[in-house]
Write a protein that binds this ligand. Sequence first.
Ligand code: KG4
Ligand code: ZN
Length: 347
Amino acid sequence: MIGAYLVIVSCFLVVLNFKMYTLGIETSCDETSCAVLKNYKVLSNVTISSLRQHKKYGGIIPEIATRAHLKNIDKVFNAALSEAKISLHRISVIAVTHKPGLIGSLVVGINFAKALSLALGKPLIGVNHLHAHLFAPFLNYPAKIKFPFLGLVVSGGHTEIYRVDDFNKMKIIGQTRDDACGEVFDKIGRSLGLGYPGGPIIDKLFDAKRKDEFKFKCGKIGLDLSFSGIKTAVIYKQIELEKKKLLDRKSKIGLISAFQATVVEAIVQTVVDASIKTGINRVVCGGGVIANSFLRARLSAQKERKIRLFAAPLTYSTDNAAMVAGIGFYLYNKGIKSNLSLKAEAS
Ligand code: KG4
Ligand code: ZN
């Protein structure tokens, strides 16, 4: 009798679950993004970036980012609902990034989410942005989620490798000891006058045939990495070439090719080392720098070493609200919820 009751209840939950819509909100840096998921299927993911406004400063200006979020949050929210073709009252869960990020930027998204949660009487889930990056490869494909795995996040503000036993059981096993990888791409791009952000520009200009024209080294201590030394070395080399009047487009491409190849090989070696150390061969990766074609190619080439790669698709590598909604819905299903005292945290 009890068995039959449980089956009926679980069938009911499956049916109920089938109709669950999650709203995701992301405002941790310069992207204002809202997404709607039907379970793990992305129905909409609308992003407005304030990147253009920061370009002339060569980096993100927090005050400008906050004002842009305030201006754009309504727009992306309404567009996400209309693209998903659902009305607001059908949203069942509200997920929002609450850390890490720029405090002013985070507060815009969190307050928007809290107001919705209160007005609609729907649960609020506070999400860690870096953990959300690791959910990106599973959007639309939840059946691929299998634990444990190694999680590699390489973004503008972070470079971390996790042992992930579940999305609420994550342990950092390696990280940068100084600059984040994306930050160094951006600083080198700016120093060489290539434009901002440097990551995608360097990716496009990279020439594998010229990666040995200069010799650089990346700091590696166990599963930790250091990028500040290579950043300084590339800039010193640039100054030396400038003094000798040898700094032209050709030599710049040689410099960035050597830089990118060195950084990528250090990251790949760290993943291999982490896999040997933990005995885990499933590697899940996300974050802006994971959009880098050479890094993706080198990581997937590790299948020779039996490493199975789950990389965020390009659309969900950089900041977006779909990944926030995805992990939010996952945590909700595990019974994890936040309340209205949810706070923005910088780190
Ligand atoms: O994850 P993300 O969108 O924002 C943060 O959470 O930081 O990452 C942004 C970073 C920037 O540093 C940008 O230069 C870098 O990702 N990036 C890339 C590429 N696309 C974006 N770096 C290297 N190659 C790319 N194709
Ligand atoms: Zn990010």
